[in-house]
Design a protein around this ligand. Structure first.
Ligand SMILES: C[S@@+](CC[C@H](N)C(=O)[O-])C[C@H]1O[C@@H](n2cnc3c(N)ncnc32)[C@H](O)[C@@H]1O
Length: 303
């Protein structure tokens, strides 16, 4: 397909792609509902805020997907009443199933980030992970985040691709695709059909069109500042971990999932966690936010 040409077309592609990808989403991204996932989620929120996470009575998640952030924040006792939204009804269905499995109670709504069906001042926290880069009109979305927050409420966004980080991440992806046949032969796994983790080849084709931004830190600062937020804070995380992670994910996506040996998965998983620690202790805070793969944003509604 050709690239979507209007904001409505971008939203429609996002809805269609994520509906198709929802059933395989948690396994594709290795979403964990135990201690490891909890540390990942809380670690990112803490980094975005730049300190300990306060408890929030009412939270609203934007582009909540299958519930990774809201459900972990709720299990950790950091949000009281959780409301989860997404433009994809398929994602919200999987989120509801995950909430039921984890015995959690959440409210859900299928809606666009640019048009939130909530009263002014309804929430103390508006947050999201890996969602801002899908939203065509960020100024409209940030105006909505401010509107639905109570005075003094916070926004927290994590997992947004940085412009340079995104370019750098192409290197391991391209390299991994080139060596994938040799890698599969070495681990004894057969090639998987194209797009198997995205709900089929047609849906996989849509993936190229769902991302509409890769940010400079200043882009996020401007969007939040122009909307009227204060105490705007943008930081970066993950460099080595992302190179390693993208290489392994690109390799794994080419193979039949059941045929990838456990030993390889352990190596990929532990290696990623180890490199996250190296990034955190040696690079984050020393290098500028712009060189990292992920950007994190927090800010506060005045009042
Ligand atoms: C990369 S996924 C991240 C899902 C989840 N936050 C996570 O971290 O696992 C992006 C999500 O944003 C949703 N999305 C895309 N465009 C959106 C929009 N305009 N409004 C609300 N949600 C949107 C998608 O349907 C998808 O579930």
């Amino acid at each position: 397909m050709s690239a979507p040409s209007s904001p409505d077309a971008i939203r429609e592609v996002n809805e269609r792609y994520h509906d198709g990808a929802a059933a395989h989403y948690d396994s594709k991204w290795g979403i964990d509902w135990g201690e490891v996932g909890r540390e990942q989620v809380l670690g990112k929120v803490e980094k975005a805020i730049g300190g300990p996470i306060p408890a929030f009575a009412r939270s609203l998640e934007i582009g909540a997907g299958t519930g990774y952030f809201s459900l972990h924040m709720q299990m950790a006792g950091l949000v009281g009443r959780a409301t989860c939204t997404d433009i994809s009804g398929g994602m919200i269905e999987v989120l509801q199933a995950n909430a039921t499995m984890l015995e959690l109670d959440v409210e859900t709504s299928v809606c666009d980030a640019e048009e939130l069906p909530f009263e002014d001042g309804s929430f103390d926290l508006v947050f999201g992970h890996a969602v801002l880069h899908h939203i065509p009109d960020l100024d409209r979305a940030f105006a909505e985040f401010l509107r639905v927050l109570a005075p003094g409420g916070m926004i927290v966004f994590a997992g947004e691709p940085s412009r340079y980080g995104d370019r750098l991440a192409q290197v391991p992806k391209v390299a991994a695709t080139a060596v994938a046949p040799a890698w599969r032969a070495a681990i004894g796994a057969a090639a998987a059909p194209e797009g198997h983790a995205d709900g089929g080849e047609d849906n996989h084709e849509l993936e190229r069109h769902v991302d509409v931004h890769a940010f400079l830190p200043a882009d996020l600062e401007r969007a939040a500042g122009d909307a009227g937020f204060v105490d705007v804070r943008v930081t970066g995380e993950e460099l080595l971990a992302n190179w390693f992670g993208w290489t392994n994910r690109a390799l794994e996506h080419t193979a039949v999932s059941d045929e990838i040996p456990d030993l390889w998965r352990q190596y990929a998983f532990r290696g990623y966690l180890a490199l996250q620690k190296v990034d955190r202790s040696l690079l984050e805070g020393r290098l500028p936010a712009t060189v990292f793969y992920n950007l994190l944003l927090s800010a506060r509604r005045p009042g």
